[in-house]
Write a protein that binds this ligand. Structure first.
Ligand code: NAP
Length: 282
């Protein structure tokens, strides 16, 4: 497995396993299969409702804790955000059955992000979480957060796939030492990604699937990827991407697929703020 070094020196696998939209009753099986395939980075969230099942799979695996890289996410907190964020963190850890996290992400750029971030900084200083970061922050919000706080987010987990590539956002993050992590790397199959003609042609040139081409393309851009699947054979397929390389021409051809806009929703859209920013999880 290749790793990236985060801005505080913590090493993070460049490929992991995401569990969004896996129902809790299927999650233990899926994570058990993923760990058996070789995944060591697991990405969950309080909002996914499956932290307990992730924790059960971790314990059952017998894999030493230090070999795993576990990420979960803080949902939007009501005031007092700092106090509530600390409580939410303890609840997530308890559901996971862990005594520390590898990465804690602020899930949405909504609410009292400064209060939430201060709580996360404290947890980081206390050694309860090895690295802290954010998700779904567009460059303006990210820059404002990092310019006005002590700890620079180690990671920004954002929608990144062939149709929404985030090259300029990635350049800004790189300038400030923030690692880009892709969510929805397959665009959840939208735009017929898995049968896309160009991606299929590149796959055929290597004897690989479209999924493998997309993951390879992300990894060669230095983007951490966390594909989700409930099928063990796809987990294995998605993990087998370290023995071939896309050429410069192939990378350039994929770069031309960028539409520059979300296939899901824009976090800056007032309707999204109203919808997500008012949901409470804990
Ligand atoms: P994704 O990884 O882009 O796509 C998952 C879909 O692709 C599933 O329908 C899966 O079906 C299918 N798939 C997986 N491997 C395949 C293969 N080799 N061939 C064909 N189909 C395949 O979507 P995602 O789950 O939204 O994103 C990945 C992770 O990012 C999430 O699990 C979560 O951890 C994280 N995420 C974070 C945020 C955030 O706000 N921070 C938002 C969304 C997601 P099967 O399961 O049936 O195989």
């Amino acid at each position: 497995m290749e790793h990236v070094a985060l801005n505080n020196g913590v090493r993070m696998p460049i490929l992991g396993f995401g569990v969004y939209q896996i129902p809790p009753e299927q999650t233990e099986r899926a994570v058990t299969d993923a760990l058996a395939v070789g995944y060591r980075l697991l990405d969950t969230a309080a909002a996914y409702g499956n932290e307990e099942a992730v924790g059960r799979a971790i314990r059952a695996s017998g894999i030493p804790r230090e070999e795993l890289f576990v990420t979960t996410k803080l949902w939007v907190q009501d005031a007092p955000a700092q106090e509530n964020a600390e409580r939410a963190f303890e609840a997530s850890l308890s559901r996971l059955g862990l005594d520390r996290l590898d990465l804690y992400l602020m899930h949405q750029p909504y609410g009292d992000v400064y209060g939430q971030w201060r709580a996360m900084e404290k947890l980081n200083r206390e050694g309860r979480v090895r690295a802290i970061g954010v998700a779904n922050f567009y460059p303006d919000r990210l820059l404002d957060l990092l310019l006005n706080n002590e700890v620079t987010p180690a990671v920004n987990q954002i929608e990144t796939h062939p149709f929404f590539q985030r090259a300029a956002d990635q350049a800004l993050m790189r300038e400030h030492g923030v690692q880009i992590q892709s969510w929805g790397g397959f665009a959840e199959g939208r735009n017929d990604l898995f049968t896309h003609p160009l991606l299929s042609r590149i796959g055929a040139e290597h004897g690989r699937s479209v999924a493998q081409v997309v993951l390879r393309w992300l990894i060669q851009r230095g983007v951490v990827a966390i594909p989700k699947s409930v099928r063990a054979e796809r987990m294995a397929e998605n993990f087998a991407v370290f023995d071939f390389t896309l050429t410069d021409d192939q990378m350039a051809a994929v770069a031309a697929l960028d539409d520059g806009r979300s296939l899901f929703f824009d976090h800056r859209d007032p309707a999204a703020v109203a919808r997500l920013g008012t949901v409470r999880v804990d």
